[in-house]
Design a protein around this ligand. Structure first.
Ligand SMILES: O=C(O)CCC(=O)C(=O)O
Ligand SMILES: [Fe+2]
Length: 295
């Protein structure tokens, strides 16, 4: 197949106003061409979350496909399921989900650049995932709030407040997960505004691993973070994806937050995720994020 033929079969279907596109013409189970890899990386940065429908990847294909976007990395504390090297499992039998807005793994400085999530088992209703654009959220801030965000720093930790779980999931399941999640404690200081290394856009870098803003009291910090988060999670600033089994979502973890509503009762739900290596964020004035604490 000539290069032009190959490129013409690739398609981008925008599915959200501020972010989100479905990519057509890619079979992620196969080894991809350089053109296809470049295309996917370009569309990822442009659309912030992209979807490939009905791919039905196995674990090995998932890990290989993730390499299109970077170097797969292990979660700092949660072990990969047996038979996989870099996989993070989201498996729910009691209605638990990550029903809290976040960017993945921001409790380390060089948190993942992108996450690649595939759906194995989806409940009969609910069980979608919502993404938000952290660049348009920044752009929407009034100038005085931009000025504050540009100069503020936040402390992120994996020992954050997990009481966010709204659905009354089985408490022992939550407790077991939390125990493993905080088996080693990390703390990182990030600028509230991260300059995107590829687009130069300013992105709000917050989410549920934030334990506080540097230099503010807990009350002030909570109030300020809520103001910023409200801009991120404004409904018009988000996109909801209704999964079908086999679908793959890839998000730019430097430019988005996401949330998985616990709206599927006790139906089983299973997804697997691979994250790829990120680089260290830089603030508007060029200062880098750093560890405050590591095991
Ligand atoms: O369960 C989901 O849909 C997303 C969970 C999540 O936060 C993630 O995969 O990073
Ligand atoms: Fe996540």
């Amino acid at each position: 197949m000539s290069e032009t033929q190959q490129l013409t079969r690739l398609g981008v279907e925008k599915v959200g106003s501020r972010l989100g596109a479905v990519i057509h013409g890619i079979d992620a189970r196969q080894e991809l061409s350089e053109e296809e890899k470049t295309f996917l990386n370009t569309e990822l940065v442009k659309n912030k979350v992209i979807f490939l429908k009905r791919q039905f990847l196995d674990d090995e294909q998932h890990e290989r496909f993730a390499r299109v976007f970077g170097k797969p990395i292990l979660h700092p504390t949660i072990a990969a399921p047996e038979g996989t090297n870099y996989t993070f499992e989201l498996k729910s039998r009691y209605g638990r989900s990550t029903d809290s807005w976040h960017t993945d793994v921001t409790f380390v400085p060089d948190y993942p650049k992108a996450s690649i999530l595939r759906a194995l088992h989806i409940p009969p209703y609910g069980g979608g995932t919502i993404w938000a654009n952290t660049a348009t959220a920044y752009d929407a801030l009034p100038q005085p709030l931009k000025n504050l965000a540009d100069t503020a720093w936040a402390i992120h930790s994996n020992d954050y407040d997990t009481n966010y779980y709204k659905f009354d999931a089985k408490q022992s399941e939550i407790a077991d997960f939390r125990a493993e999640f905080i088996s080693r404690i990390y703390e990182t200081k990030h600028p509230v505004v991260r300059v995107h290394p590829q687009t130069g856009e300013r992105n709000l870098l917050l989410g549920h691993f934030v334990v506080g803003l540097d230099g503010f009291s807990t009350r002030e910090s909570n109030a300020l973070v809520e103001i910023f988060q409200n801009y991120i999670t404004e409904v018009e600033n988000t996109l909801t994806w209704r999964w079908e089994e086999g679908d793959v979502a890839i998000w730019d973890n430097r430019a988005t937050q996401h949330y998985a509503p616990a709206d599927f009762d006790h139906h089983p739900r299973q997804l697997r995720r691979i994250t790829v290596q990120g680089d260290i964020p830089l603030s508007v004035d060029g200062r880098a994020s750093y560890y405050l604490r590591r095991p």
